[in-house]
Design a protein around this ligand. Structure first.
Ligand SMILES: [Zn+2]
Length: 182
């Protein structure tokens, strides 16, 4: 399970409460701007055993940026902010909107970055079709081995769907691991 676009003050703590109660470990692709705004929530993600990964500083479209801008303006400041708070420097990244040119893919890999996208989009970000029932149904029909499930630190649809998703996947025999253990 992966949660993008956090941390925030309201939704991320609720997601963390559910994950703690259900004993599920997840990956949070955080934004540098929000890491700086919500340091305690960032630290809580880390302390509760989840993996912190990099989702840029400003949620920019990386297809519009040079490779140097991606690295020096978006990725490095975000991981440095995480490291200041936790001691951990993320080297796993997911580009906002999944948008990344092929030359940037090569450049980032050569710079030591691991790019992680997703394989199951719950569409929890899409307010026209993200009722909790619709989100859970997508997981029921699209689950697969080593799935990287895309969700977001937004709510309330995500938060209402989350216990149901965990129940469905557990019932099917899946285990939950951070993306660096897939
Ligand atoms: Zn995002």
């Amino acid at each position: 399970m992966t949660f993008d676009d956090g941390p925030d003050r309201i939704n991320t703590p609720k997601i963390l409460d559910i994950l703690r109660d259900e004993q599920v470990v997840a990956t949070f692709f955080v934004l540098g701007e929000k890491v700086e705004r919500y340091p305690e929530v960032t630290q809580r993600i880390f302390q509760e055993g989840h993996l912190l990964a990099n989702h840029s500083r400003t949620h920019a479209d990386f297809a519009e940026l040079s490779n140097e801008e991606i690295l020096f303006l978006e990725l490095e400041p975000t991981s440095a902010a995480v490291e200041r708070l936790t001691g951990y420097y993320p080297r796993i990244m997911r580009p906002p909107y999944g948008s990344l040119r092929q030359d940037s893919v090569v450049f980032l890999r050569e710079s030591g970055w691991q790019i992680v996208r997703w394989s199951l989009d719950t569409f929890d970000w899409d307010s026209t079709r993200n009722s909790p029932e619709e989100i859970i149904e997508r997981v029921k029909t699209q689950h697969h081995n080593k799935a990287v499930v895309l969700m977001h630190c937004n709510g309330p649809a995500t938060i209402q769907a989350l216990p149901g998703i965990i129940k469905v996947l557990r019932g099917l025999g899946y285990e939950f691991v951070p993306v660096n253990q897939l």
